[in-house]
Write a protein that binds this ligand. Sequence first.
Ligand code: GTP
Ligand code: K
Ligand code: MG
Length: 553
Amino acid sequence: MLPAVRSCITRFGRGKVSAGEVRRLGSSRTRLHRLQICICPPCPSRVNPQKHATTSSRNLQCTRSVHYMQTSAGMGQRELVLSDAQRRTIYALSTPPGKAGVAVVRISGPDALAAWQRIVRSPSRKGKTRASGPEPWKMERCKIVDPMSEEVLDDGLALFFRGPKSFTTEDVLELHIHSGRAIIASVLTSLSRLPFLRPAEAGEFTRRAFEGGRLDLTQVEGLKDLIDAETETQRKAALRVAGGSTRTQFEELRQEIIKCLALVEALIDFGEGEDLEEGVFEQARERAQHLRNRVQAILSDNRRGEILRSGIRLAIFGPPNAGKSSLLNFLAQREAAIVTHIPGTTRDILELSLDIEGLPVIVADTAGIRTTDDLVENIGVERAKQAVETADVTLLVLSLPDVLRYDQSGLRIVVPEHIKALLLPTTFVLLNKMDLCPSVSLEQVEGLLADLPSPAGWLVSLTSDAGTAQFVSGFAKALQERDDVPLITHSRHRTHLESVLRFLDAFLDTTSDDVVLGAEELRYAAQAVGKISGLIDVEDVLDVIFRDFCIGK
Ligand SMILES: Nc1nc2c(ncn2[C@@H]2O[C@H](COP(=O)(O)OP(=O)(O)OP(=O)(O)O)[C@@H](O)[C@H]2O)c(=O)[nH]1
Ligand SMILES: [K+]
Ligand SMILES: [Mg+2]
């Protein structure tokens, strides 16, 4: 560690210099990649910054956590924890192994250029020296050679990205080679012979993109979801998250909390009436109330984002022989479930992951619900009830001829009592076997469907296919609810947001007499939002105070 940096950090630990000064000095002297400064809950043990400051040879990478402690007197104490990790250049095959047209080997880190010089031989650059280096962001036809023997391993393309304008924000070299086991193995073996390279660990390129500030945690999740997306709706949602729309919205939320905190901090430091205008605390309360309502609104999304990611869990249920398994087979377009005329055919739950008009749906076919002496069937009925209870969406299948009644009051649909008990206001209804009731008109049945306590119902014949197209499109639309992707796509976001809500509520419970406590709650709230994106910065609070209040003018 350079003495100037060490001394600056020590002074920072004593509160003599600002984090910004440390950052500036650190950046200029040691070419730091990035510095993370966090607000942490009060630290039980004071940490000796010196102990955590270690020396590293090249390309020092620092991760610093600032423990911002608020004492009862309202004075801030800052502590610095410094850890250096040596940043080596990593390499890996970035495409699936096996026979294909192209394979991409990615090399990222400070020595990517050195790797280029050792293994890339470009015929078009005969006149130029190797030391002049590649032209960044430009594909170059080249030969890939073994760095020791100069043996040509493959004929391919090389692409050099100069950091920070690369995925990882470091220098990145991409080798586009032919995809074959032997070629890939020879190139990777050659790379392993370069002492300044090491194989990348799982997710390490993305991790570096995160550490370099290219992606926040929500974008990292979005990127993974994008790669994992199996349906069109999932792809669109993940693309939006990966593109940073979630990041922006959470960041806005955090900034709002920090503004609130800045008001309260100013109140602590300067007190109302002297340097500050009146009503600052009220202003902070109003903002916090507004924020609280917004967080509450984000949380009441019926888990749509998480459901969309993992697939909507749909349970098909109903009386025996209604055509539940026939429906599953129709949706799957294959004979996945056994269908017979015998009531009680399905016993266990049969689950299939299906794509319904671009929506990921995990469909469960269940045993027909009835009271029976058959031990095995009874277990099946119990499982069916459980599946209905745990599903995100339920669809009741009824056989029209079995439920249609005609009496003095006219035509009615009678749902068996033990089925009624499982009906929710959100249960969709499918009336099947319309082919068996030719005398009943479509209008009549539509009127009856409207009487059911269900958001939507359809009339079909699964054997003749009548009405099935309308059912599928109508049902998919009903499942989609709205096109917009909710902000929360991972339960991790929900957990942190619930904490935000708790801290905001706790702040709203405080009075202007205990502003120190109130500030603490707001700090926790900001920290909880910061955990969603993975970026927490104590300097933000200081920046806002200085910008908005012109202290010490
Ligand atoms: N006529 C007619 N028969 C149908 C229709 N749909 C299904 N069926 C028949 O109804 C019988 C029962 O169908 P399943 O799909 O096994 O019914 P289920 O609800 O799964 O029955 P369980 O598993 O025993 O509860 C079979 O003989 C099907 O061929 C339809 O639209 N019209
Ligand atoms: K059956
Ligand atoms: Mg069945």
